[in-house]
Design a protein around this ligand. Structure first.
Ligand code: SAM
Length: 255
């Protein structure tokens, strides 16, 4: 049976694809340029993408000539979009349905580069996940994890047993670790679906850092990318909302 998060992502897949493939999307204008700056050499490397969604990053990594790429995601509908794009691009990326919380139970190979973007707030056990990443990395392996910035997830409304939150419930509740339930702001990118609640967790900076330290991973970089300067002129509201509440924290880790 599908869990709540899987059902959510199946329903949101098309809205997410339209939202992220917009060339002015936060991801392409803010997240990707920052990841690109700290990306290791991927030529001839084995890559694992945890929570690959529609495969966006795998297709970008493929341009660097890795030897293999494996994308895991829990949502069939997200993977269907990824697979369709893969055929159109004649891509070599392999996409598999699976829960990343326990990927070690069904994948036993090692990787040179493990990547994940905006997925870890759906995972309750961060320590277990970083342990599994440590074990799946080759000796000189690198991991880049882009997470929703804890300042951002801190403002997600607390889950009230499925009740829809009001707009004024988007306020920072940083040390409250309760489950969160909210309407994704970008759901309007597919007007065919009705508003519905997404659920996720809120992890603090301490939660991330302690899970990484416990796993024995070394922190190489911590990036909190800025929005582009041009938004200051042509979309000040958008620029300023990102300065107030950043969406990303990007961690580069090594073994
Ligand atoms: C915000 S999307 C990010 C997708 C992709 N990484 C990207 O940046 O476009 C979150 C993705 O995480 C996936 N996901 C959530 N929980 C998961 C889990 N436990 N195991 C595997 N995938 C999961 C969802 O299905 C969804 O595709």
């Amino acid at each position: 049976m599908k869990n709540e998060i899987e059902k959510n992502w199946d329903e949101m897949s098309k809205a997410y694809e339209n939202f992220t493939e917009d060339e002015e999307s936060y991801s392409y204008t803010i997240e990707w340029p920052c990841i690109k700056k700290i990306l290791p050499n991927l030529q001839g490397k084995r890559i694992l993408d945890l929570g690959c969604g529609t495969g966006r990053f795998d297709f970008l990594f493929e341009k660097e000539n890795p030897i293999s790429m494996l994308g895991l995601d829990i949502s069939e509908e997200m993977l269907d979009i990824a697979k369709e794009k893969s055929v159109n691009r004649n891509s070599k990326v392999e996409f598999i349905k699976g829960d990343i919380s326990n990927f070690n139970t069904y994948i036993d190979e090692k990787f040179d580069f493990i990547f994940s973007s905006t997925v870890f707030h759906y995972i309750s056990d961060l320590k277990g996940l970083f342990n599994n990443i440590y074990n799946a990395l080759n000796e000189k392996g690198i991991c880049i994890v882009s997470v929703m910035n804890p300042v951002y997830t801190a403002q997600y409304p607390i889950d009230k047993n499925g009740k829809f939150p009001s707009d004024d419930e988007w306020i920072v509740k940083y040390l409250d670790k309760s489950k969160r339930a909210y309407i994704q702001p970008w759901i309007e990118y597919n007007d065919k679906i009705k508003d519905f609640l997404s659920t996720s967790y809120h992890h603090t900076f301490g939660d991330y850092l302690n899970a990484i330290i416990s796993a024995g991973l070394k922190i190489e970089r911590v990036e909190e990318p800025y929005p582009p300067e041009k938004w200051k002129q042509n979309n000040y509201g958008r620029y300023n909302s990102f300065i107030e509440t950043p969406s990303y924290m990007i961690l580069k880790l090594s073994k």
